[in-house]
Design a protein around this ligand. Sequence first.
Ligand code: PMP
Length: 435
Amino acid sequence: MTTEDQMTTSEQLFEKAKTLMPGGVNSPVRAFRAVGGTPLFIKSAKGPYLYDEDGNRYIELINSWGPMILGHAFEPVEEAVREAIQHSFSFGAPTRKEVEMAELIIDMVPSVEKVRMVNSGTEATMAAIRVARGFTGRDKIIKFEGCYHGHGDSFLIAAGSGVMTMGSPDSPGVTRATAHDTLLAPYNNLAAVEQLIDANPNQIAAIILEPVVGNMGCVLPQPGFLEGLRDLCDRHDILLIFDEVMTGFRLAKGGAQERFNIRPDLTTMGKIIGGGMPVGAYGGRADIMNMVSPAGPVYQAGTLSGNPIAMSAGLAMLRYLNEHPEVYTRLDTIGEKLTTGFRSSLEKLGLNFTINHISSMFTLFMTDKVVTDYGSAKSCDTALFGRYFQSMLKRGVYLAPAQFESLFLSTALTDELVDEVIRANEEALGEVMNA
Ligand code: PMP
């Protein structure tokens, strides 16, 4: 048994946290259940680095699960927050910043004509399907196995991310009636979607998906998949919802919809949009968004929605991205350099693991199968991933603590740091494969 003074500060904090909070954390994946060991308790972060309570420094490849696209504590965002806090923290009343924020989002995201701010990605997706149901007068939605859309009841059916690694695809507490209205299809399988539509005529309000999946690891839409969904939705008066909580403002200024040139009816956003503050948003066609209260009958509200501090951080972040298109070229370059390095290490070591990659999102899957959906993602050796994760941590690289997650790069990652990560990856793979 380890005595208290032999324990690291993170270990001590985790022991205490477990007595106070479920599993010791405020969000499941943070507990390191999928990789073993003790979660690091983070004290601070700057640029490309995280610092834990024991004074260790790590290179960041997860960046708060996406928001810190320009690195941690990015000065223009920090400055905007410092300025904003002088004027109180919340009014629960309209502000100029909300107007500026809405204008900027509508300018940046091709399909968004009207937008409503909320406090998280979960709130955004819950509201979006309520609006879709209100607009179409239909109850059912189609979601894809392995896509995660937050923890709203309707989405905890074969969900990805933590739900996938926790092995509880159907959470207790979600009623059968709710589950009944969520129809499931395998990602990248248009025929399955068509069958569901045929079997449920005039009953499907919306198809919701991650246009590039981050939550079963990074999985790309196969050519024609997004176009095919758009076409099916048009033919059957179904709304197409892109959940761009991860991809929004990351894969391009206007998200995956800009990169793949597909126009969804509704879009959900989060993460980057708040610059690291708790912010989400949903928006889309004006005729649909005009259904939202008080313009229309679909109710949705929030005491802290459009919070002035959160809006200030988000505005500073989005303005920077809007005015610096070179950010996206740089993210493409870093992602390419890193994954090319990883691929050449795999070749050198004689491993044929799969790497899925687009711009600053990628996953190294511990499987030799091509990963295009939930079924193929699940062929991964998750125990091996756990050992690889620990080996990378030992080398000062902080990955997502689970196989079924995408990594997110930031512009704070210099070429030298990319080389350091490539070296660490090669050593870590060598170590775990020879163990
Ligand atoms: N949608 C997607 C695609 C996500 O990745 C997430 C969170 N990772 C959510 C929705 C939920 O967002 P939040 O955690 O802010 O509630």
